[in-house]
Structures are given as structure tokens and as C-alpha cells.
Ligand binder design. Structure first.
Ligand SMILES: [Zn+2]
Ligand SMILES: [Zn+2]
Length: 406
């Protein structure tokens, strides 16, 4: 949480306090972040700020010092300042039980860092792009007040004793710790957790997978196959987590899981795999949109060739895998030419390809289900099973290895 920045443009630095109000009063933000930011940007203060850098004069509610819109701290009494879009005023704020009290109206607020907020919104939009392209059902909290999707983007400074801000999912509510939008902080956590990849988009894709596990797997006929592939999710989650953090992942996790974290519990394995599937279809679509073809100029180049001339959102798993491996081989090599980390720092062993095929099948069963208006057809599952096997075979025949990590 940062109270603006003098270096940025006035509006970029201005802090909106409105967002968390409902939360402090026991409510949720639902999809309000977009609405509130939009409302803020349309506000008179914003328009005036763009047109005239002087604009209205404000005063500190504590000491009476005249304030400019650009001020982030009172020059006289040193109090931090924020902006209340609803009241169109700059207000002095004081720390109050993990939140802030605005002297302009005496109410408590949380404040948000607009720059971090934008990064989180951009990642969320990309998440929804793929949800929509895959025709996945996505009821909001308004459509379904008990289990619908809602998002909380919370500052770690809003944490209270015994109630830390954790990125996670709970019955449709996805919480993202705002600290993850800070690149330096996220990189620090990535190193600490020894992860090859940690992004806001990855967090969204992982957390929403927990939501879809509840919807598409838990009560579906696919639960038996899930347990075969991922393990029995009825094992004690807290004990699994404790074991994971105490002992680390199993030594041979690379042969069975897409990430070390996935080895902790079948739920996490599913989420990591699901997120991975999203990475694949989105990246393949982008590569296809640029007309990228891979045709290595070596004698066995045909084995590494791929033309991405299909829509990965509706393609078979076999086709996705067949294009994916050569593409990642190429893009990793390109990144290494620039001396930067691999775009795709993962290896896909056969068991992970089977798990990806399971995710693929569940997603397409759900989209066909919603398109047909109900009645998940049994034959879909059987077809998907065959597709999964072909996908594995395709993956193995390619024999494409990812270069050793730098
Ligand atoms: Zn003051
Ligand atoms: Zn998780």
C-alpha cells in the first residue's frame, strides 16, 4: 500500500479509497474494482486534473494547510493524504486498526495502489479472455450469491492478527495479495519458494482452477479418473501442506508433476495443471495469430516442426501437445539468445500430459454441456479418454526435450 507517488501524473498517483469500504463493513467487492476505477476516471476531479494542473485547492482537515491534488502528504502536519472519489475531495488520513480513517468524513477505508491495481486488473482480464474463449461457465457472486465468482485484491497491510492476507480461493471468492503486483516483491517470493515461474496471471489461473474443480470435477463422473491421475483429494490437506513445507517435494517430482508445488496435494496438482493448460492455449493462440511456424534447419528438423494454424481453444489435446513442444523449444532458444530466462521453464513428462488431457476433457465437456443446455453426454468422456492417450503418444514420439535450465 502506497499513498501515491509524486513522480507520476496526478491521477496516476491519486489513491481511491472507495474500493474497500464495503469490505470493511462486511461486504465484498465483487467485480467492483473495474467499476470503481472507471467511476474515478470519469470523475470531475480527473477531467479537471487533465485539463488544468492547478485545479481545485483543498485543505488539510487536521491543520488547515492548503493542499494540491498532487500532494501525497501534508507539508505542514505530515499526515498522509488520499482522494475520495465519492466526495471529490482530498483527505488527510490516519492509521486506524489496520485500515485508514479519512478525516474528511470520519469513515474507515482501505486504500489501493492504483498502479498495482492496474496490473492485477490486466491479469484478471486475460484470465477472463481464456474463460470466455473456452466457453466455461462463470457465474458471478451477483448471479449466485453463495458460490459465484468474486475477487478480493487485498493489501497485506490490511491484515490483522491471526488473519493474514493470503492469495487463495474459498467458495468462489478469489483473493489476490496486492503485494504480488509489486515486481520486486513477487520476484523475492519466487526465489524464496524456488519457483521457476511466478506471475499475477499464473496466480489467477491457479486459483480459479480450485473454483472449477468444485464445479467440474468434484461431483462429476470424472472424479474416479481424477483420483487415478492426481491422487485421492480426501487426504488431509493441512497435513499435506505441513509435510510439503517441512520435507520439500519428493525427489522424483519432475517425473510426475508439472511443478514442485503440485506434488503437495491432488487439489494443488489439479490447479497447477489447469493453470498450465491455460498458459498453453493462450500462448498457442498468440503464436498462431502471428503466423509463427517452427521448422528447425537441422536434419531431423521435421520432428521439431509445427504449424499453428488452428484454434487451441477448440483443438484436440493431441494437436495442442504436438504444436506446443516445438514452439517451447524454439522460444526458449530465442530467449537464451537474449540472455534471459526461459519463456517456458517447464518439462512435460507423460503423466503430466495425461493430467493435462484430463483438464482438457473436463473443460470441453463443460463447454459442450453449457452449449447443449444440460445433460453431459457419456460418450464425450470416452472420446476424451482416447484423445488423452493419443496425446501422450504424440508427446512421446516427438521426443522434444527442453534445454537444461540456465
Ligand atoms: Zn496537515
Ligand atoms: Zn492452490
Amino acid at each position: 500500500m502506497e499513498i501515491g507517488s509524486r513522480s507520476g501524473a496526478a491521477v496516476k498517483a491519486a489513491i481511491t479509497f472507495t474500493l474497500a469500504r464495503s469490505r470493511l463493513d462486511g461486504g465484498r467487492n465483487l467485480f467492483s474494482p473495474v467499476a470503481v476505477l472507471a467511476q474515478h476516471c470519469r470523475s470531475r476531479a480527473y477531467r479537471t486534473a487533465k485539463a488544468c494542473p492547478i485545479m481545485k485547492l483543498f485543505e488539510c482537515q487536521h491543520c488547515g494547510q492548503p493542499l494540491y491534488f498532487e500532494n501525497t502528504r501534508c507539508e505542514s502536519c505530515g499526515r498522509k493524504l488520499g482522494y475520495l472519489p465519492g466526495k471529490e475531495t482530498v483527505t488527510a488520513i490516519e492509521s486506524d486498526r489496520g485500515a485508514w480513517r479519512a478525516l474528511a468524513d470520519g469513515s474507515r477505508y482501505r486504500c489501493c495502489n492504483l498502479i498495482n491495481w492496474r496490473k492485477i486488473e490486466a491479469a484478471k482480464h486475460r484470465l477472463f479472455y481464456t474463460l470466455l474463449k473456452l466457453r466455461l461457465p462463470h457465474k458471478t457472486r451477483i448471479d449466485d450469491p453463495r458460490q459465484g465468482l468474486a475477487f478480493d485484491f487485498l493489501s497485506p497491510q490490511g491484515a490483522t492478527a491471526g488473519n493474514p492476507i493470503m492469495t487463495g480461493h474459498d467458495s468462489g471468492v478469489i483473493t489476490i495479495n496486492l503485494a504480488e503486483a509489486d515486481d520486486a516483491e513477487r520476484e523475492r517470493r519466487r526465489r524464496e519458494m524456488r519457483e521457476p515461474y511466478r506471475t499475477l496471471l499464473g496466480h489467477f489461473r491457479h486459483e480459479i482452477a480450485h473454483y472449477y474443480w468444485d464445479r467440474l470435477v468434484r461431483d462429476s463422473p470424472g472424479i474416479a479418473e481424477f483420483r487415478q491421475l492426481f491422487g485421492d483429494e480426501r487426504q488431509d490437506y493441512a497435513a499435506a501442506m505441513e509435510r510439503h513445507y517441512a520435507n520439500g517435494p519428493p525427489r522424483d517430482w519432475h517425473e510426475h508433476f508439472v511443478s514442485a508445488y503440485a506434488s503437495m496435494h491432488p487439489w494443488e496438482d489439479f490447479s497447477e495443471t489447469w493453470a498450465h493448460y491455460f498458459h498453453m492455449v493462450d500462448t498457442l493462440e498468440t503464436a498462431g495469430a502471428f503466423g509463427i511456424r517452427v521448422k528447425p534447419k537441422i536434419s531431423k528438423g521435421a520432428d521439431l516442426a509445427a504449424t499453428i494454424d488452428f484454434d487451441p481453444h477448440s483443438a484436440t489435446m493431441e494437436r495442442i501437445i504436438a504444436a506446443w513442444l516445438p514452439l517451447t523449444f524454439a522460444v526458449n532458444s530465442i530467449n537464451r539468445s537474449m540472455g534471459i530466462a526461459d519463456l517456458y521453464p517447464f518439462v512435460l513428462p507423460p503423466p503430466v500430459i495425461l493430467k493435462l488431457a484430463f483438464v482438457h476433457e473436463r473443460i470441453h465437456a463443460a463447454s459442450q454441456h453449457s452449449a447443449a443446455g444440460g445433460g453431459a453426454p457419456q460418450q464425450d468422456a470416452e472420446q476424451a479418454g482416447r484423445r488423452a492417450l493419443r496425446a501422450v503418444v504424440a508427446g512421446l514420439r516427438r521426443g522434444v526435450g527442453v534445454p537444461d535450465p540456465i
